[in-house]
Design a protein around this ligand. Structure first.
Ligand code: SAM
Ligand code: SF4
Length: 337
């Protein structure tokens, strides 16, 4: 089987596909309250176009795919895309990241179409706080969505939580305790600065070292043997059913282990979350070029994948990191997280 290697000897086998930049929430750490200027409908890739790209990518080494957004469940008939991707034999893992609001309605058809797993973003276990963070979201809907996902076998359910000091960091321990009696994977992700929100500041940032030490006060953390598909480092509170993952894009970035490309909803390959470099696949798709051209562009985006991002706090200091990000690039909801 062929594999894709970049210029720094990393194997690239994972593609995150954003299927829409639209969202039914406006999380304070992701979007401005009024939302962002939407990508024009005609610019958004059709499902058949996404599947065509994936067929080429799979031939040259992509094995795992994650569907994301915006909120992927707001796009019509997303199960059809799942179905199309499942026809590609080389893709052996297909997952989806969602805010969970519409998951209860869609879990069964997604599982039926062949989806393997879901990641649900959930930043508070208090109904009021959840509504505040998401600017209007309903916690009960998400909890029902998680239960529905478990029921139809979209497991293990991974729950992504972004601790923000003074907003929800007091809930770190409560989230960690969820693993005691459930098989959830709770993943703590460092709050990243993007110019789509004004919330980020060095004071708001909670580093993984701090999160881990607070979780460690609840019991002994032992390394957990989890099949890794990304940058999380997994542990288990001794005796717990579920596991806890720590993802530290800023305090200790994991570029050396990076195995992924991202594709935006309008068909741009983005080799690195933190770099503005994008390679546009849409002209090749829409000007009837051959699969060879798509192949060439995918290889090109792997070749230009940078060795790492240069916004390490340790090297640059928090203030510089803040300046670096402000005023640049697409918001997270448009890249796909
Ligand atoms: N709407 C879906 C969701 O919320 O899961 C998928 C897209 S969302 C952009 C993907 C992930 O990005 C979510 O887990 C969210 O928590 C994360 N995210 C968004 N803004 C972030 C930020 N500033 N720092 C860290 N993670 C962020
Ligand atoms: Fe929407 Fe996800 Fe961004 Fe929240 S994090 S605004 S749910 S895209």
């Amino acid at each position: 089987m062929s594999s894709l290697r970049d210029g720094f000897h990393r194997t690239i086998d994972y593609l995150r596909i954003s299927v829409t930049d639209k969202c039914n929430l406006r999380c304070i750490y992701c979007m401005p309250s009024g939302g962002v200027v939407p990508i024009e409908y005609k610019e958004i890739l059709r499902y058949e176009e996404i599947a065509r790209i994936l067929k080429v990518a799979a031939k040259i080494g992509v094995r795992r795919v994650r569907i994301t957004g915006g909120e992927p469940l707001v796009r019509k008939d997303i199960a059809h895309l799942v179905h199309l991707i499942k026809q590609i034999p080389e893709i052996r893992d297909l997952s989806l990241t969602t805010n969970g609001i519409l998951l209860e309605q869609h879990a069964e058809e997604l599982a039926g179409a062949g989806l393997n797993r879901v990641n649900v973003s959930l930043d508070s276990l208090s109904a009021e706080k959840y509504t505040e963070i998401t600017r209007g979201g309903n916690l009960d809907a998400v909890l029902r969505g998680i239960q529905a996902a478990e029921k139809v076998g979209l497991v293990p359910v991974k729950i992504n939580m972004v601790p923000i000091r003074g907003i929800n960091d007091s809930e770190i321990e409560a989230f960690a305790k969820l693993t005691l009696n459930t098989s959830y994977q709770i993943r703590f992700i460092e709050f990243m600065p993007f110019d789509s929100q004004d919330l980020w500041s060095p004071e708001r940032f909670v580093a993984v070292d701090e999160i881990r030490s607070r979780v460690g006060n609840l019991g002994t953390l032992v390394p957990a043997p989890v099949r890794k598909s990304g940058p999380a480092h997994y542990f288990r509170l001794e005796g717990a059913q579920g596991v806890i993952g720590f993802i530290s894009p800023l305090s200790n970035h994991f570029c050396g282990e990076c195995n992924r490309l991202r594709m935006t909803a309008d068909g741009k390959l983005r080799p690195c979350l933190f770099s503005e470099t994008e390679i546009d696949l849409k002209p090749a798709l829409r000007q009837n070029m051959s699969d060879d051209e798509i192949h060439r562009l995918i290889i090109l985006s792997v070749k230009v994948k940078p060795e790492g991002h240069n916004i390490s706090m340790r090297q640059a200091g928090m203030e510089n990191l803040f300046k670096f990000r402000k005023g640049s690039g697409r918001p997270m909801s448009k890249i796909g997280g």
